[in-house]
Write a protein that binds this ligand. Structure first.
Ligand code: ZN
Length: 137
């Protein structure tokens, strides 16, 4: 039984991503040779197979590309948070990069819709992990 939310494991190749999240900054991995952005972080460039990579800080501004509102029955750790919105956001700076995260809204979550404009925030889970989530203003 899951007693808390699953926490991502940190590997050598994605450690900068989590370090930047802990500093309240969203970063995207790029190939250091052909400069292609990629997400999620991985060892090898899918375009040129280079193992060299670099990280660029991005604004985190995004458009809501798709979303779901999980409803009970859910595992207890998630049922306690329900209702909540899980979104797939498309970054403004990179149309080919979509990231999953919680979507929060100052107004009723039932008014959330595809195409909403979002900005990134970070929720500290522990000293190594801060999870990005997006807020509709
Ligand atoms: Zn490449």
């Amino acid at each position: 039984m899951i007693k808390s939310i699953p926490i991502p494991g940190i590997e050598d190749f994605d450690k900068p991503y989590w370090e930047n999240c802990s500093k309240q900054k969203l970063s995207i991995q790029h190939c250091a040779d052909c400069k292609a952005p990629r997400f999620p972080p991985r060892h090898m460039c899918p375009k040129c197979q280079s193992l060299n990579h670099e990280w660029n800080i991005v604004s985190g501004d995004a458009i809501l590309w798709s979303f779901v509102v999980p409803r009970p029955p859910l595992l207890p750790v998630f049922e306690n948070q329900s209702p909540y919105v899980v979104g797939l956001v498309e970054l403004i700076e990179y149309k080919n990069i979509r990231i999953i995260g919680e979507i929060k809204s100052k107004s009723d979550i039932d008014s959330i819709k595809i195409g909403d404009t979002l900005s990134v925030r970070f929720k500290k889970i522990n000293n190594e992990i801060s999870l990005p989530y997006w807020v509709r203003e």
